[in-house]
Design a protein. Structure first.
Length: 391
């Protein structure tokens, strides 16, 4: 007698399967949020990914091959991206019937290319630093003279965490930066912004149009990498209102679905300029796991499924996240400082399961919550340092 498999089939049909293009820490934490809600997770990665291990089915394959992508997406309820470099544009034409892709390939493509991103936001009338998309060195030199030095040079594609960026203070430095960074279609030249602080806003948006905004946060950068995030930012309420308005308009301009991060510069007079967008969960939102009623990762999953969104409000008055960055090169992370860090009161430690350590590589983060901003920041920094000093 054959076993009755109807119950299994029904279960497979009713439990959503979240497909994730990418298997780094953002995919890891998105998967953990999905698993907590009882969902199934499937990853596609171009090479083995430590961070994704044990969190669902991991498929290693050429993710630029349409057939590999099609097979990966079969059976998924929805596919989402871990980063803007994921090949959503290759997947979309071969997407199986009944499988959704959020955000759409066009959104990912616009944000992936910094030139397209800037032009789209400018066309929407949003506040930006002066910029020029330069196809030749001569165009870049003319833009720098027009803006005044220093200027920031950025690759259109593949620039993040300080990679692919160059600040030129002189014409000679601009030439060096051009030779180092320029791609076949040139690069982006942007006026240097004399900001007083960097801010960020996360927007969760569903295909059906539901939307929630997380608190405006302050971000501190070190060596072009995010070091610390404090929620909420200690800013004038009018500036916070404007940050939310600009963020909402920016996400609408690129038709963002899921979590979209909007990074901003605040100027001395309180004006805001958009730095850049990210079409997925973001480092500036890691604090939300402990800090908010609904984390950015859970709301990303809810949004791409077009499910009701959760509250983005803070559980306590203040939350501070500090990144744990590698300090040396090693193929065996030294976690000697972890037990001591765990003795720090009121902190949560997140390590990403990475086995390769490199200077500046994000190996994890620490979040602390409480009511006194200085105390919360001190505890988060202390715990993160106890771990990082041995990495």
């Amino acid at each position: 007698m054959q076993p009755d498999r109807s119950g299994v089939a029904t279960l497979q049909q009713t439990v959503p399967v979240i497909g994730i293009l990418g298997g780094g820490q953002l995919g890891r934490m998105t998967a953990m949020a999905a698993l907590r809600m009882g969902l199934q997770v499937r990853f596609l990665v171009p090479k083995p990914a430590d961070a994704a291990k044990g969190l669902g089915e991991v498929i290693v394959g050429d993710w630029n091959d349409p057939e590999v992508l099609r097979r990966f997406a079969e059976g998924c309820t929805v596919v989402t991206v871990e980063s803007e470099w994921a090949p959503a544009d290759v997947l979309e034409p071969v997407l199986p019937e009944g499988t959704a892709l959020w955000p759409r390939a066009r959104t990912v493509q616009i944000i992936r290319d910094k030139g397209q991103q800037k032009r789209m936001l400018a066309e929407a009338g949003l506040p930006l630093p002066a910029f020029a998309c330069c196809a030749t060195l001569e165009e870049a030199q003319a833009a720098a003279e027009r803006f005044g030095y220093p200027v920031v040079l950025k690759r259109y594609r593949g620039s993040y965490d300080g990679y692919g960026n160059f600040t030129a203070h002189t014409p000679e430095a601009l030439l060096a930066g051009w030779n180092q960074l320029a791609q076949e279609d040139g690069l982006l030249v942007e006026a240097w912004v004399p900001f007083v602080r960097e801010l960020a806003v996360l927007v969760a948006r569903s295909p059906g149009g539901e939307e929630v905004l997380y608190p405006v946060v302050y971000t501190r950068q070190q060596d072009h990498r995010c070091y610390l995030v404090q929620a909420p930012a200690a800013i004038d309420p009018a500036v916070a209102d404007e940050a939310r308005r600009v963020a909402r308009a920016a996400v609408e301009a690129v038709d963002g679905v899921g979590i979209t991060a909007v990074e901003l510069f605040e100027l001395t007079d309180g004006r805001l300029l958009i730095n850049e967008l990210a079409p997925r969960p973001h480092n500036t939102g890691h604090y939300t796991i402990e800090g908010c009623y609904t984390s950015q990762f859970e709301n990303h999953v809810r949004a791409v499924l077009d499910w009701p969104l959760g509250s983005p409000e803070l559980r306590e008055p203040v939350a501070v996240m500090v990144n744990i960055l590698g300090r040396r090169s090693s193929d065996r992370p030294n976690l000697r400082g972890l037990p001591e860090a765990l003795r720090t009161p009121g902190v949560s430690v997140h390590l990403y399961g990475k086995t390769q350590v490199r200077p500046g590589r994000k190996m994890g983060h620490v979040t602390a919550t409480g009511s006194d901003p200085e105390d919360v920041r001190r505890r988060a920094e202390a715990a993160a340092d106890l771990i990082a000093r041995y990495l």
